[in-house]
Design a protein around this ligand. Sequence first.
Ligand code: DP6
Length: 339
Amino acid sequence: MMRATAQAHPNIALIKYWGNRDQVLRLPSNPSLSMNMAGLITTTTVEFDPGLQHDVLILGGREVSGQGAERVSRFLDHVRAKTSEVVRTVGSPETSEISHLFAHVDSRNNFPSGAGLASSASGFAALALAASAAAGLRLNEAELSRLARLGSGSACRSVPGGYVEWAMGEDDRSSYAHSIAPADHWDLRDVVALIDVEHKAVGSTEGHAVAATSPLQAARVATATDRLAQARSAILNRDFPALADVVELDSLMMHAVMITSSPVLMYWQPATIAVMHAVRQWRLNGLAACTTIDAGPNVHVICTADAAPEVALRLRVVPGVRQVVTTGVGGPAHLISHP
Ligand code: DP6
């Protein structure tokens, strides 16, 4: 009864989330838009266990301690707090025990973790669903997206399926993601060029905290809603040239903020820039492809399904590109086993 398993995909932001109005609740400074990455899957099992003295986190078959485990424990505290709210309000016997039980969490990715493939998004989306189901909470999609947001902002976008918009909202209750089109609306691909990194980059959480130190952040935030509207209508109309322009502009604006933050966050490697130049040239020559880059050196090349094999072939021979991973548009987070 107190055990559940869930799966979720990472997502790639087409309009980026960068900076928070509330760093603890992860209320973003601007709305964002993403697509889930089919084929990349995080599978997480949560079991609340009366025999445990503390939460246990297993990642990819190995027990993890330190900051990663603490972040998961803090997240589980939100789930425990929710169960005691339910007990107080409806006296549900199903959830009465859970509020003071520790959990065993086993999470694995079918893709390399720590390679910049947004495993925290799929990780916290799968964890939110598995933990809430194991605790006997029956959350609707919006409630689940809000819960996932508390673990990692971008995770709220991995809860709904397909093309997903995260409305900023006013507060904790109103800041969650919803699907603007299902996965089969438009068969885009994300061909990811994985690029060698010499130093471990500063993580997103620290990055969000310094976004406001850049004088460019205010301008980026002020214009984000317009870019999101352009991207949304390009997706709804399946207009690739319109989507390509706004996706590249939005990514460049976020990196302009990063590069001018204090401390400076310079995620690009020489090969990152080489891929950006190459893809711009390919697009001029008629290939339906554009780039977007998260808080790391990898380049996500968004393209149409028919352009994807050619994009992958060409990326493989760009010097500095270590590996190429092609994904389609993925569905929502879902339970694969539950009580
Ligand atoms: C650059 O969601 O990873 O990928 O809330 O601190 O976990 P935390 O940050 P995270 O930030 C994602 C930043 C980004 C852009 C995006 O995905 O929108």
